[in-house]
Design a protein around this ligand. Structure first.
Ligand code: APR
Length: 236
């Protein structure tokens, strides 16, 4: 599976730009989602991510996420390579989720003082929450969200695994992604080129992958994927 923002649309997850509403409307994402922005104004960036984290904590997986998780019981191995940072695949029960762009519910040391990444569980920390991000308990640098910011490289382990799995996939379902953000967008090409994978695109809109897939299933993933599961269960 390769998934993007569309799979979470029916859960009501605000996209990056949609989350810039209300108090946040005056900002440009590039002002907030970069290491330089965090260094310049850690409290501002921290508060924006805390706001988004609170939004995400209120949403639930939808029928599309659950259908993807259910595929694990029907196929030899299902891996989910996702560009989403909302944790909804894991919440729905998918056990092998590769988070290419990180996860807004996780945190790490800005200096990665104990190795890259140095994950920090902020529920174990006590700090003045009005003041901004907590200090890393190891080195005192700020703690930051474990998401990929503009100008940053994707996590090496996640990208390596996504590339390897794509290259040996028999089937790739491409769900809810516009297919324009690299390197995620190249995964279907790898699957096709290295293993002749059968590509299926689930999306209510034409997108960058539509022209190369073997099958385009037109519709919202929360409706289409449960039908796919049902059809598979009905197979003789
Ligand atoms: N079901 C399936 N697909 C849907 C649905 C739905 N209910 N609703 C919308 N879509 C499709 C849209 O038609 C579009 O093709 O989801 C896609 C969303 O595209 P993007 O917003 O570009 O999301 P994504 O491809 O995940 O973007 C990649 O870009 O903004 C950055 O880092 C961010 O991870 C994100 C990356």
């Amino acid at each position: 599976m390769l998934t993007g923002a569309g799979v979470s649309a029916e859960s009501g997850v605000p996209t990056f730009r949609d989350a810039l509403t209300g108090l946040w409307a005056q900002f440009d994402p590039q002002q907030l989602a970069t290491p330089a922005a965090f260094e310049t104004n850690p409290k501002l960036v921290w508060d924006w991510y805390e706001y988004r984290r609170s939004l995400v904590s209120k949403v639930k997986p939808n029928a599309g996420h659950y259908a993807i998780a259910a595929l694990e019981d029907m196929l030899p191995h299902v891996a989910v390579v996702t560009q989403n940072i909302d944790g909804l695949h894991q919440a729905a029960g998918s056990s092998d989720v590769i988070t290419l762009h990180g996860d807004i519910t996780r945190h790490k040391c800005f200096a990665n003082c104990q190795g890259d990444p140095t994950m920090i569980d902020i529920t174990t920390l006590e700090w003045d929450q009005e003041a901004g991000p907590p200090p890393c308990p190891h080195c005192g640098a700020y703690v930051r969200p474990d998401v990929v910011w503009f100008t940053e490289r994707l996590p090496v382990d996640a990208l390596d695994r996504a590339n390897a799995l794509s290259g040996k996939a028999d089937v790739m379902l491409i769900v809810g992604t516009s297919g324009v953000v690299q390197p995620a967008a190249q995964m279907p090409y790898r699957a096709k080129r290295f293993n002749g994978a059968y590509l299926i695109d689930v999306n209510p809109e034409q997108n960058a992958h539509t022209a190369i897939v073997d099958l385009h299933l037109d519709g919202p993933s929360g409706e289409v994927l449960p039908q796919v599961i049902k059809a598979m269960r009905d197979l003789p």
